[in-house]
Design a protein around this ligand. Sequence first.
Ligand SMILES: CC(=O)N[C@H]1[C@@H](OP(=O)(O)O)O[C@H](CO)[C@@H](O)[C@@H]1O
Ligand SMILES: [Mg+2]
Length: 545
Amino acid sequence: MAQFEEVSQKSALHPKPAGLVLQYGTAGFRTNAKNLDHVMFRMGLLATLRSKNTKATIGVMVTASHNPEEDNGVKLIDPMGEMVAMVWEGYATQLANAEQDDLLPALKDIIKREAINMTQEANVFVGRDTRSSGACLSQAVLDGVSTLDGHSKDYGLVTTPQLHYMVCCQNTQGQYGEATVEGYYRKLSQAFIRLTKNVPNRTDDQKHLCVDGANGIGALKVREMERHLERELQISLFNDGSSGKLNHQCGADFVKVQQKAPTGVEMTVGERCCSFDGDADRIVYYYSSSAGRFHLLDGDKIATLISTFLKELLTQAGLDLKMAVVQTAYANGSSTQYLENTMKVIMKCTKTGVKHLHHAAQEFDIGVYFESNGHGTVLFSKTAEQKIKQLAEDSTSSDEKKRAALLLQNTINVINQTVGDSISDMLLIEAILAIKGMTVQQWDAIYSDLPNRQLKVRVSNPRVIDTTDAERRAVSPAGLQEAIDSLVKKYRQARSFVRPSGTEDVVRVYAEAETQESADALAHEVSLAVYRLAGGVGDEPKPLH
Ligand SMILES: CC(=O)N[C@H]1[C@@H](OP(=O)(O)O)O[C@H](CO)[C@@H](O)[C@@H]1O
Ligand SMILES: [Mg+2]
């Protein structure tokens, strides 16, 4: 077929460095931008196949999120705006790693396995973050799409969640919203204004927020959105990309991992601040106290704020909807304890990686999911949305019920349900704080985090560690879990687990305990156990103090 001849010819223009092997990991492909041209071309081919296969528009986002500027990467987006199905992650890896001469057979293999009708029309949406390599790399994606006669729309510079949103809007014939960046701003900001404008006595302080844009796409987009917010939210934007380097000493990942304020943000004592990551799908909040102490409000605190707010509204509305909070093993033990025991919320724990949380959240009427690092959103089932709508429109319901239903409706509209979204999460959090008349300090005081520590251990093959129970227990290598169990017993309120990272060639160690000293000591001791039992390389892990 002519299409296949095209593939042979065009792929020669996007040659694969021989021997290079990459894996479609937790967050798609990610590596130094120099090694990605062939991957992008091939993901253009694959997205086209996926589009033919689903008879829907597919998204391709060129980004490496919180990684350094020199890196880049690519993620595929499925029809409803969710991460691409697992089997297709496997196809992506196959296609990316096929040597030049094996590309066509690899492509034909996928076509055969999925019984793809090659005459079916295909549509692909492409977007990219602000990395300098992005323009060229997204052009390679577009080349791939046109090689298989797919149609494409290049959204240019957008945040990752904006592209997810566009894909979902397109495939729901506009039911979810209009598939344009302006449409996105309008939907979210109108909902935000409806939520906040009737809140009495909101002071300028309450309307003001410092945003660290990580010198990335989120900064550009928040600035574009600002004029839609009618000064209901007044943003001081830092790290807007005009001088600083992307993600360098700033952004949500830096703040969460380092547990300190980013550079480039002028914070005054007690002021509410937040950081986005490099592709604006994560957010964390923070402030500094008068004693100079840094206070982080991470994904767990965000999930707590949102789920508490929703639960109150459901009670006021008298709606019997099943709500759950989905976390991973990295969630601070205090958050799980508080939500489960004090708030009586249904709690779920899944493996690391948003696709796992997203799927678990879909099983409830309302599923709030957040990774500790600040990636998360809220999902509402069709039933939940319908019941809320009915109540809001019911002329016989009480004022209190109606008010709650209207708040719930606008809450649904401010949320980007396709994926975690810094901008949408920020608007939701700001609206909740406004409605509840809550300061960031009061939010922080809902529960106190248990001191914790995360470490990395290098071993020759991290995959020798196999886990179960949502990664909370190790089943191999032999003796490791027993070693962890006996170390944990030495400390109060302690918990620890280990797992191979899905994005780095390391084993991650997590420990929490009553004091920071205990958490640090436990993390170190567990690291030593991993080093000794799982084939550590290099020097033995050293104590932290
Ligand atoms: C402990 C941690 O923060 N892990 C991160 C990290 O995964 P690892 O598999 O732990 O490398 O990157 C993922 C993708 O961005 C993110 O979903 C996840 O939360
Ligand atoms: Mg990200």
